[in-house]
Every structure is written in structure tokens, then in C-alpha cells.
Design a protein around this ligand. Structure first.
Ligand code: GRF
Length: 193
């Protein structure tokens, strides 16, 4: 039986597309749901075009009530019988309670070489620091933001004329290679637990 993989997005979903498209053939996972906290997320149409069930839980309907928001997300995940969650550009901080429920089964991609530059504006911060390289990391999600065990990283050279945008574009290409590779290995290891 395949592992059922839910992918959570907030935006264009380019990482979601590479993950979804990688789950074919002998891959141990299959996409079971693409969920967005924003109804306007461009990734939703890409998921629909692939025949993947989609759901929207608009965080703006819940104000500051994160638990109610996450209750709806959890219900959608349970409805899809998800085994594994991939956060792919999902721009909401999740509570410790939600994260603990999924600990060991929830992955995230972050556009920096963790533990450097947790949080936002990673590329601008790498450039401001004069770093020779940036990159991306896939990690297990733990309650502390961008802090869980790193499962894979790709380094990307920084050039003298880089802007945050140019660096982000090159790192995104690396993300599209890294995340599917890590997910595949994760699913293979997970199935043998
Ligand atoms: C990626 O750079 C990801 O690392 C970051 O948000 C971006 C999402 O892009 N957290 P996409 O929605 O996958 O195209």
C-alpha cells in the first residue's frame, strides 16, 4: 500500500508540483491532498489539473484562533487519510500541539542552509552577511520554527552580482531537485519502520 502524502501550500506551488509529479511508478508515496490556507493560491489549479483532491482552509476566517484553523486542517487531513505531510511554501506557523501530533511525519523545505537563517528573508540575509553560498534544506518539523532534524541540503553558490531575487530563483531550482529526492527516501524509510 502506498503512503498517502498531503501537501500544504500557500502560493504558486512549484515545489508541490515537483513533489506530486515525482510520486509515480515504484515511488512508495502518492499525493492524497493539496491543501491551501489561501483560496487564491495558484497551486490549487495545478493540483486540480493533476487530479489531486484539493481543500482550502482560509486562515482569515479564524482570526487569531489558530486552534480552530488547525482543527479544520486536521479534519481535511483525516478525511484524506494522510500518512505524511509535506509543507511546501506553507506560510502559517503551526502550533506545538498540531506539530506534535504529526511529529516524525511532517517535512518542510526552507530556503537556507539551516541552522542559518530560520524564518523569513533568507536570501537577503545571506547576501547582507557576505556569505559565499546559500541553499535549501528539507527538515522534519518540530515545534520550534525551522529547527527540526535536517534530512537533506543543497548548496548554491552566491555570485557577486546576486540580488535576493536572483539567488531565490537559483535556490528554487535546487529545491525542486532536493525535495522530491528527500521525500522518496523518507517514504522508503518510513514504510520499513
Ligand atoms: C519556496 O522558496 C520555499 O522554500 C519557500 O516558499 C517558496 C515556495 O514556492 N518557503 P512554491 O510555492 O513552492 O513555488
Amino acid at each position: 500500500m502506498s503512503l498517502r502524502v498531503a501537501i500544504l501550500i500557500s502560493g504558486g506551488g512549484s515545489n508541490m508540483v515537483t513533489l506530486a509529479d515525482s510520486m509515480t511508478g515504484d515511488h512508495p508515496g502518492r499525493p492524497c491532498l493539496v491543501l491551501s490556507n489561501r483560496p487564491e493560491a495558484g497551486g490549487l489549479a495545478k493540483a486540480e489539473a493533476r487530479g489531486i483532491p484539493t481543500a482550502v482552509v482560509d486562515h482569515r476566517n479564524y482570526g487569531k484562533d489558530r486552534k480552530a484553523f488547525e482543527g479544520e486542517v486536521q479534519a481535511a487531513l483525516e478525511g484524506a487519510r494522510a500518512d505524511v505531510i509535506c509543507l511546501a511554501g506553507f506560510m502559517r506557523v503551526l502550533t506545538a500541539e498540531f506539530v506534535t501530533r504529526w511529529q516524525g511525519r511532517m517535512l518542510n523545505i526552507h530556503p537556507s542552509l539551516l541552522p542559518k537563517y530560520k524564518g523569513l528573508d533568507t536570501h537577503a540575509r545571506a547576501l547582507a552577511a557576505g556569505d559565499a553560498e546559500g541553499g535549501c534544506s528539507v527538515h522534519l518539523v518540530t515545534p520550534e520554527l525551522d529547527d527540526g532534524p535536517v534530512l537533506g541540503q543543497t548548496r548554491v553558490e552566491i555570485t557577486a552580482d546576486d540580488t535576493p531575487e536572483s539567488l531565490a530563483a537559483r535556490v528554487l531550482v535546487a529545491e525542486h531537485e532536493l525535495y522530491p529526492a528527500v521525500l522518496r527516501q523518507f517514504c522508503m524509510d518510513f514504510r520499513h519502520l
